[in-house]
Design a protein around this ligand. Structure first.
Ligand SMILES: [Zn+2]
Length: 254
């Protein structure tokens, strides 16, 4: 039996049989791995803590003919604060789903792994999680090779100064003269465009204190969701979950 060691984050899990779980792990060396965690639904199982959603561990895995299985795990970061808070949990699930949907992550990708891990650390402490989600979307799309063009018109190449549009299908902005090239292009305010550009160019650290008005947050959310649905051809289940939680928050704060 071949054994291998790898760092990995738990991206998902589902029950198997009486007491087992199949974990979906994201590893910097191997990409996505499915592995059985045996007996993990019983109390005091040694892999229990490491099988929690988002937990980040060093795993020792036994290669199987059909499915690998986890032999040991040593936790590096449990990310329990994400699981303790419903809003953080909803965003964490969304981040994981978007990661899986935007790439066949079977391929190893260290940059993508480091970026995702960093996002989980930030999710624990970032005040406005909605803004973090927008930054994550922009940066993730760029890492995956779908960076939107937000500096010059995707049709004529000029830098527009006013009356700017965004074309989700062309993946960038259109100037006033070109905006009819795509009948589904949507208007984008200059404030939203500046926020978009910053999210693409600046680091998470620099963006920590970014101040974005409610209008811009809503416009950016709408534009990015149109853009992402053009890049990935599946519906994201967690989007509705976040909306539901937001509605609950509004109700409880009235
Ligand atoms: Zn143009």
């Amino acid at each position: 039996m071949a054994l291998y060691k790898t760092d990995a984050i738990v991206l998902g899990h589902r029950n198997l049989g009486e007491a087992d779980k199949i974990l979906t792990l994201f590893s910097p060396d191997r990409g996505k791995i499915h592995a059985v965690a045996r007996g993990v639904r019983r109390p005091r199982n040694p892999i229990l803590a490491g099988s929690q959603l988002f937990s980040y561990s060093r795993f020792l895995i036994v290669e199987g003919r059909n499915l690998d299985s986890i032999s040991q795990c040593e936790i590096k970061e449990s990310f329990y604060r994400i699981r303790q808070n419903l809003e953080s949990m909803a965003y964490g699930l969304y981040f994981a789903e978007l990661l899986r949907a935007s790439t066949p992550i079977e391929d190893k990708n260290r940059e993508l792994f480091r970026f995702f891990l960093k996002t989980l650390y930030l999710l624990q402490e970032w005040e406005n999680k909605e803004v973090l989600a927008r930054i994550y979307e922009v940066k993730l799309m760029a890492i995956q090779g779908f960076a939107p063009e937000v500096f010059s018109c995707v049709s004529c190449g000029q830098s527009p100064s006013s009356s700017i549009y965004f074309s989700p299908s062309m993946g960038g902005i259109l100037c006033f003269n070109c905006h009819k090239t795509d009948e589904n292009a949507v208007s984008i305010s200059s404030e939203t465009l500046v926020a978009f550009q910053k999210m693409l160019m600046q680091t998470y650290e620099k963006l920590k204190n970014i101040n974005i008005s409610k209008y811009t947050r809503e416009q950016l959310s709408n534009i990015l969701s149109l853009f992402i649905s053009h890049q990935i051809d599946r519906k994201l289940k967690t989007v509705q979950f976040i909306k539901d939680i937001k509605r609950l928050n509004i109700i409880s704060s009235v």
